[in-house]
Design a protein around this ligand. Sequence first.
Ligand code: IPM
Ligand code: MG
Length: 353
Amino acid sequence: MPNIAVLPGDGIGREIMPQALRVLQAVVKDLPETWEFSECLAGGAAIDALGKALPEETLKVCHQADAILLGAVGGPKWDTLPGPERPEMAALLGLRKEFGLYANIRPVKMLPYLLDASPLKRERVENVDMVIIRELNGGLYFGEKGRKTNPPAAYDTMIYSEDEIRRILHVGFKTAQARQKRLCSVDKANVLETSRFWREVANQVATEYPDVELSHMYADNAGMQLILNPSQFDVMVTDNTFGDLLSDIASVLGGSIGMLSSASLGEKIGLYEPAHGSAPDIAGKNLANPLAMILSVASMLRHSFARHEAAAKIEQAIDRVFAAGYRTGDIAKPGDKVLGTKEMGDAVLEALR
Ligand code: IPM
Ligand code: MG
């Protein structure tokens, strides 16, 4: 009996999660097993109610779950807290570390109906279909960090062990093997020692995948290539920091970051969340695009439960909604029927029927 921990979090997380849950419930009700959902607090909401962004109760529920759904965490109210107590670090990075979620999968695919929502010319983006694989448990995010006095200074340490690099490269090669068999490893080997090491390890791992073509690219160039010629990429694998930056850049190729889902996988359970944040500027206004969250649910059905048909049903429903001309504000062009968060949820549910 699948048990899902549901963490809406803060800001628009609280608006998109209910829509994603309605969609999930609608597709799993046709499955033979009973699905259970346990909702709990995380992020700023948990700080306000329980004094901590990742309370013990929440951790306990997550440990008993088969998968975690997360909305988004953080907001201006908690921005002045010391780094380690902030919702992003304590809750999000806390969960990534606690569950060893080292492989972050972010698929960027141009949906035909959204061609005109892309800020780039149609001919540049029409063939975009790539996956960004971001290392999520190491590097700059988790290395030693701190402040110094006299003179005042601050530091974050970038460190990668061979094992950490190796395991994410395996995910990259395996993903490429199941696709176009092209893997681009992104680093900054002209400057960083961690990157030179990353390249060495990547070249070693490559010998185990003779059918996959491995290339290397500097991160700055990768940012430029994503704009100039994004369809050259099949699978991109990179470290925590570069993956964060490049996945935000890549997300707008397909129209909006509001469409980008994200799966964080480890040895045991997976965490599924939209790649965007809590968007305090539009929170509470029924303006947010719930589709990245809904697509994250589809990703969960695929990666954690091998429910490929149920996942495809959701994706096809979204396609039908687009075909009927419905959009949220972030992906709308003149003439489209613009829906709010809840109404987009209604539309996807309607299309599922
Ligand atoms: C992401 C987000 C997070 C990250 C933030 C909210 C800590 O930007 O998942 O890409 O930097 O990993
Ligand atoms: Mg990010």
